[in-house]
Design a protein around this ligand. Structure first.
Ligand code: MN
Ligand code: MN
Length: 491
């Protein structure tokens, strides 16, 4: 059966799987150019809504047509053949699906699904209060997603949000990003006084959820008044900083306190995405889980011309809180849009045809994985841990304990992807989330698989995942971008 002579060299080169680093110095210009575009996207897209807005702008600049417009034109006979047409569709400003229509539909579609929500602090609906002892005003928050709370102390914070007034008028807020803007902070206790209060606490107990109060204001509200009146007023300074805060919100943003009960305001790190390391090989930024996959899928899709099968990307929301809600991967949104696509090819097809198409489809659940952090080697299985700089991470199963909550991709599908990656010399590695029983995590893969499509998790490895300042490798994002293109062009 085996014809080659099995030498030590043969074993080393052909039988063992030793992975190479992804970095290709010949491609440095292209890799760094992609990284620059990525950093701009990260700075402009710090919330799910901002990510969708950026994608909408990208779609319009690159000739994508609103799906409803395309449907109308097809129905009027203005478009005879939909093949190669580029479309997009937006759901509640928090999801976008973009795609390029293929030659035929009956072999299913190919989709790359990422998520554009990221761990953060949400303002409570009655957020503002003044602490009477310190006479400082704060905003109360409720954290969103899995965070290590202590990481949010003593860093510059910005406020991004959407406030919907009673009459439906929408006010978008971004405060703390411009150098001239004020910033916000959650103040930790100084080391001098921490010995008893925090000295013996575990990291998870250093600060509680109810202590994640953002410092918002410090100056009192003082009306123009006579000296006598001022004297009287100073004896009742209570709530004056609070009132001052309300005055600024009203004068500068036209908002009253009750407006914040119909709002989504997110507190995010005010940092910008930066190059990391003397060789500039890494990127550090907030929110790369999972805007790295969202951005790269969008860039890759834009390179696809006249594909055999329809290619689509979806920026999903609410992944970090379990994919619940009508903008999440558990909603029917994606299926509804695919149904509209199927109708462009087969207007009279029954619903069962849609399910057949989905069953034939191939999906990448594109999300980040936990790269080896050499400071904490004890949590990883060294043989199965993904490493920064070694390319695309393919994750067969996520979940916790005995693969609970995992999609557990089929090896037949994994082999197809392995083949195209090896053909195109795309660097890739496998990855598990730490040692068995060490912890775990999930993605949208298991929800997408309910459609019947083949689904597998893939993405870049990150360091400091879910922190305000995550780290990824430029070499890895370039390989992922190449993989997304090959997936859409060739599978
Ligand atoms: Mn993620
Ligand atoms: Mn995450």
């Amino acid at each position: 059966m085996v014809e080659e002579k099995v030498t030590r060299q043969f074993i080393e080169e052909k039988l063992a799987t030793e992975k190479e680093m992804a970095w290709d110095p010949q491609k440095k210009g292209e890799i760094f150019a992609l990284s620059e575009r990525f950093k701009c996207f990260l700075d402009a897209a710090k919330t799910e809504r901002e990510s969708v807005r950026e994608a909408e702008r990208f779609a319009q600049e690159n000739g994508f047509m609103l799906l409803t417009e395309l449907q109308e034109k097809a129905a009027n006979g203005e478009i005879q053949d939909v093949m190669g047409k580029k479309f997009y569709h937006i759901n509640r400003d928090k999801n976008i699906i973009m795609g390029v229509l293929g030659k035929e539909i009956n072999k299913g579609i190919k989709a790359i699904v990422s998520h554009v929500d990221a761990p953060r602090l949400d303002l409570k609906l009655r957020p503002f209060y003044e602490d009477s002892d310190s006479t400082l005003a704060f905003a109360k928050t409720h954290y969103y997603g899995g965070i290590k709370k202590y990481q949010w102390l003593n860093i510059p914070l910005a406020l991004h949000g959407t406030v919907v007034k009673e009459n439906g008028e929408v006010v978008n807020l971004v405060i703390g990003e411009d150098e001239a803007d004020p910033t916000f902070v959650i103040c930790d206790l100084l080391p001098h006084l921490s010995r008893k209060t925090q000295g013996k606490d575990k990291a998870s107990e250093l600060i509680t959820g109810e202590q994640l109060n953002v410092l918002m204001a410090s100056l009192p509200f003082i009306e123009e008044m006579s000296k006598e009146e001022q004297k009287m007023f100073f004896t009742s300074l209570k709530k004056s900083v609070y009132f001052h805060l309300l005055k600024i919100l009203y004068e500068e943003y036209g908002l009253i306190e009750e407006d914040f009960t119909t709002a989504e305001v997110e507190i995010v790190p005010a940092f910008r995405a930066r190059d990391l390391g003397l060789d500039r090989g890494l990127i550090a930024s907030y929110g790369m889980d999972d805007r790295v996959c969202a951005f790269l899928s969008m860039e890759a899709l834009n390179e696809i011309k006249n594909p055999e099968r329809t290619c689509a990307i979806w920026f999903a929301d609410k992944e970090e809180i379990g994919s619940e809600g009508n903008t999440s991967a558990q909603s029917r949104y994606f299926t509804n849009v695919i149904s509209d696509i199927v109708n462009l090819y087969e207007p009279k097809a029954p619903e069962s045809y849609l399910w057949k198409i989905l069953n034939e489809s191939h999906i990448l659940s594109a999300d980040v994985s936990a790269g080896l952090n050499p400071n904490f080697k004890e949590v990883y299985d060294m043989k199965n841990v993904p490493k920064l700089g070694y390319g695309v991470v393919m994750t067969k199963a996520t979940g916790a304990r005995g693969k609970s909550g995992a999609n557990d991709a089929n090896p037949e599908y994994l082999a197809q992807l392995r083949q195209i990656m090896n053909q195109h010399k795309i660097k890739w590695q496998i990855g598990e989330m730490g040692k068995v029983d060490e912890g775990g995590g999930g993605t949208v893969a298991m929800f997408l698989a309910k459609s019947g499509a083949e689904v597998v998790d893939c993405g870049p490895a990150l360091l400091s995942m879910h922190s305000p300042y995550e780290v990824c490798s430029k070499a890895d994002i370039y390989e992922l971008y190449r993989f997304f293109k090959v997936f859409m062009n060739e599978l």
